[in-house]
Ligand binder design. Structure first.
Ligand code: NAP
Length: 355
């Protein structure tokens, strides 16, 4: 039964790295939300229990439902009765799959299922986790260019279907809204984070925590000498809550702290954790080596586009309209390091050194 004055919100893919933080912030909000979370299979204890433990007693207030995002009926049911929808679920894979449809289908059909369900159930506001990848086009950008919400990815790389999956999904959003009769239109906000890093709520094998764990343990072959746009997982999670509570208007929102040299991640890990004996990756990979590797490993090829380009993303709209505040990169990486240790993704050497 609905609590009086409460608003019901559904969060898709709630066991994900980012979505678990989104859930935490909605639960901690003073706005009396009733929360429904979707996972592929709510009986999968391996997925659900770590989230339950991380959230604690508040998890009993969460209605957990099973929904593959490509299953229109399940999504329809999940959205029924909700005022707000947060759609974060979308495949994020470490390696490009042989068949790009494995990315396109859930990204696009999942988003379409969510859009249709929002329309049918007269949802007030939909927040979609997009990416800076749908805005930044390294093929046409020059060093020191700044992108804004007006920019779009236009060039595609068959070696890297993930950006296209996010772009196709986002385009489906704006096309749907444009074609919707005026009286049926509802608020839609797309959020555009760069590379998401920062602490994890539980041991999590998704791409960002795995990357952090590898760099911290020096398990990467090196770090390409490129600049990356980055944001703290807690900040982009908070942006999802603010996208609902701030009353910000329909549109795209860049949610990103800044750009930083890739190597700075290893350097920060070293500054904080070197004293315990950790040997994070701090060696830059040379362009010629990456070029060579790209001949055989297609996942490496997109890295070459970033080379020599410091591209900034203007986040002023998120500050002004969502009320965003950003953590520093140092705070993000240091907190990530401690949480990788806490959740057993990186061996704990800190205690040994102290005693
Ligand atoms: N990580 C980044 O650097 C980054 C940057 C920009 C944007 N984003 C976006 O942020 C969102 C969350 O990503 P993340 O980093 O938190 O990755 P993640 O931990 O892998 O989360 C992705 C979530 O989507 C779910 N999902 C994927 N396909 C699904 C399907 N067919 N049916 C139901 N659920 C499905 C996953 O469920 P399973 O665990 O069951 O697969 C998981 O809960 C994604 O939309 C991603 O594109 C991420």
């Amino acid at each position: 039964m609905e609590k009086s004055g409460s608003k019901r919100v559904v969060i898709t893919g709630v066991s994900g790295y980012l979505a678990s933080w989104v859930l935490k912030y909605f639960l901690e909000s003073d706005q009396n939300f009733e929360i429904r979370g979707t996972v592929r299979d709510s009986t999968n204890v391996a997925k659900v229990n770590p989230l339950r433990e991380a959230i604690g007693a508040d998890f009993d207030c969460v209605e957990l439902v099973s929904a593959d995002i490509t299953d229109k009926k399940a999504i329809d049911k999940a959205v029924e009765g909700c005022h707000y929808v947060i759609h974060t679920a979308s495949p994020v894979l470490e390696r490009a799959p042989k068949d790009p449809e494995l990315l396109y289908k859930p990204a696009v059909e999942g988003t379409q299922a969510v859009l249709e369900a929002c329309r049918k159930h007269k949802v007030e506001r939909l927040v979609v986790t997009s990416s800076l990848i749908t805005i930044v086009d390294y093929d046409k950008l020059e060093d020191e260019d700044t992108v804004t919400e007006k920019d779009w990815l236009e060039s595609f790389d068959p070696n890297s279907p993930y950006p296209e999956s996010k772009l196709r999904a986002e385009k489906a959003v704006w096309k749907f809204l444009e074609e919707l009769p005026e009286e049926e239109k509802f608020d839609i906000l797309t959020l555009h984070p760069g590379f998401i890093l920062g602490p994890l709520l539980f041991k999590n094998n998704s791409v960002s925590p795995n990357f952090g764990a590898k760099v911290m343990q020096g398990k990467m072959p090196g770090i390409p000498d490129i600049h990356l746009l980055m944001v703290d997982v807690r900040d982009i999670a908070m942006a999802h809550l603010l996208a609902v509570t701030s009353g910000a208007k329909t549109g795209r929102y860049i949610v990103n702290e800044d750009h930083h040299p890739g190597i700075s991640i290893g350097e920060i890990f070293y500054e904080e954790f070197g004293k315990y004996g950790y040997k994070p990756n701090r060696k830059k990979l040379k362009h010629c080596l990456v070029k060579l590797a790209a001949c055989c490993i297609k996942d490496v090829r997109p890295v070459l586009k970033y080379w020599g380009k410091k591209v900034s993303a203007d986040h002023s709209k998120s500050v002004k309209e969502l009320g965003m505040k950003y953590r520093t990169q140092r705070e993000t990486i240091v907190d990530m390091g401690y949480s990788l240790i806490e959740h057993g993704m990186v061996k704990d050497r800190t205690k040994k050194k102290k005693s």
